[in-house]
Design a protein around this ligand. Structure first.
Ligand code: GLN
Length: 468
C-alpha cells in the first residue's frame, strides 16, 4: 500500500522533510511505487533512474548534517530532451534510443545542486514535435484522467506523471506550446518562461530561437519555487539573460487588486470550443471579483501566428537535426519517424535558395509584427488572459493522420514563443471528466507577476486530485 506521500506538492514535501515527518527515501519510494503501478498503462516514463533511492539516501544524510538547499530530497522527473550524465536520453526517438550522455544539461546540474532526486526520463513526441504525445517512437502517453484521451504534447509524460502523482514535479520544453498545452489537458500548472531566462545548454535543440525551458507542478507556488532554482545566466548559453533574478515567491500572496488584465478579442472567435470559452469567461469573472480590471485588447497579427511558426520552426529543426548523422552519436537517419522527416523536408525547402526570401524572411517579418502587437498591448495592460488549446483533449488517434489539424491546436500558444514572452498555464476546472485551463501571458521577465496572478486565481479553486 502506498503511503500517499507522492501526492504532496513541493512546498508540502519540503515542510514534511524539514519537520522530519518522513524521509526523502520514503518520499522517493512512494513516487517509484506509483510509477511501478501505473506506468505500464500510462506510458509516462521511458527510463527510470535506478540510483534514485541512493540519491534520496544521500539527501537525507545531507539534511541530517544541516543542509537545507531549496529542493533537497524532492523527487522530480525530466523530459527525455534533457541530457543526463550516465542516464539514457532518447529525445523519444529511435535515433537516440541507446544514447548515454557524457554530461548533464545546465538545468539538470542546477536541480541536482539544489538537492532534487531524479526519478527518471519522461516520454514525449519525438524531438518535441507534436501536440498530443502520439509522435513518440515509444508509443503514446495516455491522459491519466481518461485513458482514451491524449494528455497533450509534446511534453506528454512530464504532464501525465505530475497529474498521476508519479512525481512531485517535472521539467519540460516549450517551443510552441509543449508545456502549456499538456498542462491544461492534465490539471497541472505549466510554465513557459521568457526566452533566455532558463539555460538551453544540454537540452536537445528543437528550434533554437523559440525553445524555452520550463516545468510542470501541482501548484503555482511550486512553479515559483522551481523557477528560483532553474533561472539565470549560463556562460554556456549566450542567449541567457544577465539580469538579476528576483525571488519569484516574493509578492505571491499580494492579490490582483487594481491589476489590468487584457482579453484579446482575436482569441475569442469561431475556432474556440464553446465549453472552453465558457470556462474562461468564468475565470475572467473571478478576476473581476478579485479586484482586477478587465480590458479588451487587440493583437491584430494573431492570424499569422501559425503560418509564421510553421515556417520558422521547421527551418530551425532541419538545421538542428542535421547533426544526427549516425556517426557521432545515435543510429542513422533512416530511424527518424514520419513527423521529424516531414519537418526536415519542410525546413530544408523554406531555407533553400530562391524560397528563403519568400518564406523564411517573410515569416521573420511577421514575427516582428507579432512581437510588436504584445509591446503595444502591454502599454495598456499588466497581463493577458488567453485560452491554451482551442479544444478540450481529443481521443487518442483522432488527429494522428492529419498533421494540419494537429498544428492548428497550437494557435494560442505559438505566439508567446514567437514574441519571447512568458506564459503560465493554470488549471481552471473540468469539461466532463477532462481538465481544462487558461494561460496568463506577460511582458518579458514578468514571471513574478504571472505567479502572483495565477496564485490569486488558484486560491479560488479546489485542487482536484486524481482518484486511484
Ligand atoms: N506543438 C508544437 C509543434 O508541434 C509545439 C511543440 C513544442 O513546443 N515543442 O511544433
Amino acid at each position: 500500500m502506498n503511503n500517499g506521500l507522492n501526492t504532496l506538492t513541493i512546498r508540502e514535501s519540503l515542510e514534511g522533510l524539514r519537520n522530519k515527518e518522513f524521509s526523502s527515501v520514503e518520499l522517493t519510494r512512494a513516487c517509484l511505487d506509483q510509477i511501478k503501478k501505473y506506468n505500464s498503462d500510462i506510458n509516462a516514463f521511458l527510463t527510470i533512474n535506478e540510483r534514485a533511492i541512493n540519491e534520496a539516501r544521500r539527501a537525507d544524510e545531507a539534511r541530517e548534517n544541516g543542509s537545507d538547499s531549496p529542493l533537497l530530497g524532492i523527487p522530480i522527473a525530466l523530459k527525455d530532451m534533457f541530457l543526463t550524465k550516465g542516464l539514457r536520453t532518447t529525445a523519444a526517438s529511435h535515433v537516440l534510443e541507446n544514447y548515454i550522455p557524457q554530461y548533464d544539461s545546465t538545468v539538470v546540474q542546477k536541480l541536482k545542486d539544489a538537492g532534487a532526486i531524479i526519478l527518471g526520463k519522461t516520454n514525449h513526441d519525438a524531438w518535441a514535435h507534436g501536440s498530443s504525445g502520439e509522435n513518440s517512437d515509444f508509443g503514446p502517453t495516455k491522459n491519466p484522467w481518461n485513458k482514451e484521451y491524449v494528455p497533450g504534447g509534446s511534453s506528454s509524460g512530464s504532464a501525465a506523471s505530475v497529474a498521476a502523482d508519479m512525481t512531485i514535479a517535472s521539467t519540460g520544453t516549450d517551443t510552441g506550446g509543449s508545456i502549456r498545452l499538456p498542462a491544461s489537458f492534465t490539471n497541472t500548472v505549466g510554465l513557459k518562461p521568457t526566452y533566455g531566462l532558463v539555460s538551453r545548454y544540454g537540452i536537445i535543440a528543437m528550434a533554437s530561437s523559440l525553445d524555452s525551458i520550463g516545468h510542470f507542478t501541482k501548484t503555482v507556488e511550486d512553479s515559483a519555487i522551481f523557477l528560483n532554482v532553474t533561472a539565470g545566466n549560463d556562460p554556456m548559453d549566450a542567449t541567457t539573460t544577465k539580469n538579476k533574478i528576483p525571488n519569484h515567491l516574493e509578492d505571491l500572496d499580494k492579490g490582483v487588486k487594481g491589476f489590468k488584465i487584457g482579453v484579446p478579442k482575436e482569441y475569442f472567435t469561431q475556432g474556440l470550443d464553446s465549453n472552453i470559452k465558457k470556462n474562461i469567461e468564468g475565470a475572467i469573472k473571478k478576476f473581476e471579483e478579485l479586484g482586477a480590471e478587465i480590458i479588451e485588447i487587440s493583437l491584430p497579427h494573431t492570424e499569422y501566428g501559425i503560418a509564421c511558426y510553421y515556417i520558422i520552426q521547421p527551418s530551425e529543426v532541419s538545421s538542428n537535426l542535421a547533426r544526427y548523422d549516425g556517426i557521432r552519436y545515435g543510429n542513422d537517419r533512416t530511424r527518424f519517424g514520419d513527423e521529424a522527416v516531414r519537418r526536415i523536408i519542410l525546413g530544408t525547402f523554406t531555407l533553400s535558395s530562391g524560397y528563403y526570401e519568400a518564406y523564411y524572411k517573410k515569416a521573420m517579418q511577421a514575427r516582428t509584427l507579432i512581437r510588436q502587437d504584445f509591446e503595444e498591448a502591454f502599454k495598456k495592460v499588466d497581463a493577458i488572459i488567453s485560452p491554451v488549446s482551442p479544444t478540450p483533449p481529443w481521443e487518442l488517434g483522432e488527429k494522428v493522420d492529419d498533421p494540419l489539424k494537429m498544428y492548428l491546436s497550437d494557435v494560442y500558444t505559438v505566439i508567446a514563443n514567437l514574441a519571447g514572452i512568458p506564459g503560465l498555464a493554470v488549471p481552471s476546472g473540468f469539461i466532463g471528466d477532462l481538465p481544462t485551463g487558461f494561460q496568463i501571458l506577460g511582458p518579458q521577465f514578468s514571471e513574478k507577476l504571472l505567479f502572483r496572478i495565477g496564485h490569486a486565481f488558484e486560491q479560488t479553486q479546489e485542487r482536484k486530485v486524481l482518484e486511484k
